[in-house]
Write a protein that binds this ligand. Structure first.
Ligand SMILES: Cc1ncc(COP(=O)(O)O)c(C=O)c1O
Length: 432
């Protein structure tokens, strides 16, 4: 018989030294965030995400505001069919998988949403994760090997940056390069980074190029056809995180690749005529139902390797069936109702016009992200507070989310908005 040691009692007295260090440094960081006006206050919503939300104000009471800061681009987060699909999955498949995918965590809801996503993206296969962050974190550390080269746009989302950091730590000898945002030729360009990286004596494997499809802070669009041509010249694979592009870009909302004509028609023959994106990552937490979840979509062999070797899927639970079912229904609605995308496009054009007419400079693009550059972080935050007093919910972003001096209000338009909602935004902006 073995005996376990007697439980130790915690000695009363002063905090241990390491706690004093942590407490002091954390208090200093939080104080500096408050002092510089950078402290984020979590705002509580009561009720569903929609064109308008019920927001708790400083007095503790809830009031209505038109929401221009969610990623609910198609207005599907509160769609009755999307809700019903989640409820049905809860009844049919329970609250959770209680397992990772490869043990006993793969359910019919996963199969369904993954085949819907592959159909939407026009790829052979797709595989889900609990978030797009996790999907990106799985991609490079799993698919890349020492001697490979990853070249990344400087404005790529934080999860791509962290995925590359992780990959280069796990796979020693993996090379990386960064190019200036959307700059494909000339100094600091993608072409230069590819030429330099592939000429390195340590480069012995596969080159990879990764970009956001839609840059979330700029609302600008990656030039995928030109990137494809460069990738072909250097034998590189092209990876696109289109988290802000699905449901938004292209005639049928299939994404930035559709916007550029880099996809065959849905259900049409796989002609492989269009220049291709090799791999996509994306989120189910924005246009596609807005709950949570992410995916990798691409060739079957890449997905197979992710299933076999991707640490975030081998060692972390599957996407809940409720969320998988809601997202699957959202994709189905998107494929069935392209008029939602058209409505979003009309709203975006109307909103850009009204913002400009209110006297503000808005960066132009076909995306649903309309940044109004105000430069100063404190000004962006103050403007956001004044808009909210007028019943319009828009977030101000400053350093470190965007570079110093580039603070902005980020207006995000939805198909759920009416003309009246957009007019309310313009009126509130004009009154500032
Ligand atoms: C380009 C991009 N990738 C990934 C993510 C992360 O998405 P998720 O919330 O599914 O982790 C975001 C979210 O803001 C994003 O904009």
């Amino acid at each position: 018989m073995t005996t376990s040691p007697a439980p130790q009692t915690l000695a009363a007295g002063p905090s241990p030294a390491h706690s004093a260090v942590f407490d002091a440094r954390t208090d200093a960081t939080l104080a500096s965030l408050r002092r510089d006006g950078l402290y984020k206050h979590l705002r509580v919503i009561e009720g569903p995400m929609d064109a308008t939300v019920r927001l708790r104000g400083p007095d503790g009471r809830f009031g209505e505001a038109v929401c221009f800061c969610s990623n609910n681009y198609l207005g599907l987060a509160n769609h009755p069919e999307v809700i019903e699909a989640g409820q049905r999955a809860l009844r049919d498949s329970g609250a959770g998988t209680a397992s990772v995918r490869f043990i006993c965590g793969t359910f019919t809801e996963h199969e369904r949403v993954e085949s819907a996503v592959a159909r939407l993206m026009g790829t052979e296969a797709a595989y889900t994760f609990v978030s797009a962050w996790t999907a990106n974190e799985a991609l490079f550390p799993t698919l890349c090997e020492p001697g490979d080269l990853i070249v990344s746009d400087e404005l790529n989302h934080a999860c791509i940056i962290d995925s590359i950091r992780l990959a280069t730590t796990i796979k020693k000898g993996l090379l990386k390069g960064v190019y200036r945002n959307n700059t494909l030729t000339g100094p600091g360009s993608l072409e230069e980074a590819l030429a330099k990286g592939t000429a390195s004596p340590e480069f012995k494997g596969q080159a990879w190029v990764v970009t956001d499809g839609v840059f979330s802070m700029e609302g600008s669009v990656a030039d995928l056809p030109a990137m494809r041509r460069l990738c072909d010249r250097f034998g590189a694979l092209l990876v696109v995180d289109d988290s802000h592009g699905h449901g938004v870009m292209g005639q049928r909302g299939r994404g930035t690749h559709e916007h550029w004509g880099m996809i065959d028609p849905p259900d049409g023959p796989a002609a492989r005529s269009a220049p291709r994106v090799d791999l996509f990552t994306g989120t189910l937490g924005k246009a596609l139902g807005g709950a949570a979840g992410g995916f990798i979509a691409g060739p079957r062999r890449a997905i197979e390797l992710i299933v076999q070797r991707g640490r975030p899927t081998l060692f972390s639970n599957a996407l809940p069936c409720t969320v998988a079912a809601s997202a699957g229904k959202a994709v189905e609605i998107l494929l069935r109702e392209p008029q939602r995308v058209e409505r979003l496009r009309d709203n975006v054009a109307y909103a850009r016009g009204r913002i400009a007419a209110a006297g503000f400079e808005v960066l132009s693009s076909p995306t649903a992200i309309c940044p109004i550059i105000v430069h100063d972080t404190a000004r962006a935050i103050a403007m956001s507070a004044r808009l909210l007093e007028r019943g319009v919910y828009v977030i101000g972003f400053g350093y470190p989310v965007v570079p110093e001096g580039h603070a902005r209000l980020r207006v995000q338009v939805s198909a759920a908005h009416t003309r009246e909602h957009i007019d309310a935004l313009a009126d509130a902006l004009r009154s500032l």
